[in-house]
Write a protein that binds this ligand. Structure first.
Ligand SMILES: Cc1ncc(COP(=O)(O)O)c(C=O)c1O
Length: 289
């Protein structure tokens, strides 16, 4: 379930659901490829990837301007992870068909997935990359679209017709830039804050994964997620997440489940002890369900 934002173009690209159905008529049509979500112990991953790749091949027979994906991890849509090899295959196909690959790293960028950017794990070079949230560590609002030089150069000209006439009131806001620079310095100086983070989750998840309703445990860098198979419907509208969020806040842990998907996406400054306490709090709550 992709999510790329709430402006019309971004909304059109994302999953059509209750959050945007009122705008359905205003959104442009988009072709979709199933996302082969996987988790620890998933035995069907290859089958799912094959289905997705076949669908992509079929769609790319039509001239296609661009393909967009959140590399490795779909965030708001349910913390759904895919294998880097799948993203690599997607990238190869897109490039072979002279289409552009857009990597939406708004959520995955800046160490979140265990590498500076998620696309690096797939060893690919997207044509365009969207970055934001972690750019300033969420401290001030700032977003950047990065492009390969050949795309950038197509807007460089003395002719005003070539100019990319789009900007925002706060484009290159000086305070935002200063916050981004400070945050980038921290990231550069302390890569250990995100490198090998997976090992911590792999160790701590043993506290939880024996519980019968904890399913589809998945880990990617600093992020761990699992589904709670409780209640009738799975998905964003399952109310279990709200209940768990309230109980967690009472115990001093701020989490924001996506329906029945519980996840931890800790700030990179979290200490090992704080992470362990986070798991303990979730464990204690789950025991009461
Ligand atoms: C992957 C992804 N892309 C895009 C966006 C939208 O970013 P913005 O709110 O800056 O438009 C988000 C926000 O959550 C996101 O997670």
């Amino acid at each position: 379930m992709p999510y790329h934002g709430d402006t019309f173009g971004a909304m059109a690209l994302g999953e059509r659901n209750i959050f945007n159905e009122s705008f359905e008529k205003l959104m442009f049509p988009v072709k979709r490829v199933p996302w082969p979500s996987t988790w620890i112990g998933d035995e069907d991953v290859e089958k799912k990837e094959k289905v997705s790749i076949e669908k992509l091949c079929e769609l790319l027979k039509q001239p296609t301007v661009a393909v967009i994906a959140e590399p490795i991890l779909q965030g708001a849509g349910g913390m759904n992870m895919v294998r880097p090899a799948f993203i690599k295959k997607v990238s190869e196909l897109v490039s072979n068909h002279n289409s552009l690959l857009i990597a939406d790293e708004v959520m995955t960028g800046f160490g979140r997935t265990g590498s500076l950017f998620a696309f690096q794990q797939a060893k690919i070079e997207p044509d365009l990359i969207a970055i934001s949230k972690g750019l300033t560590s969420g401290f001030l609002p700032m977003g950047i679209t990065l492009s390969k030089d050949k795309i950038f150069q197509s807007f460089v000209s003395d002719s005003p017709e070539k100019t990319f006439w789009h900007g925002h009131s706060f484009t290159a806001n000086p305070l935002g830039c200063a916050a981004a620079n400070a945050s980038l310095d921290l990231l550069e100086n302390e890569p250990n804050k995100y490198l090998k983070f997976e090992e911590k989750h792999l160790f701590l998840i043993n506290k939880l994964n024996h519980l019968p309703f904890v399913k589809k445990v998945r880990i990617c860098g600093t992020i761990i997620a699992f589904d709670l198979e409780i209640g009738a419907n799975s998905g964003y509208l399952n109310t279990i997440g709200k209940k768990i969020k309230k109980l967690a806040i009472e115990k001093g842990l701020f989490i924001r489940p996506l329906g029945n998907v519980i996840y931890l996406l800790p700030p990179l400054c979290i200490t090992d002890n704080q992470l362990e306490i986070s798991y303990e709090i979730i464990h204690d709550i789950l025991l009461t369900l």
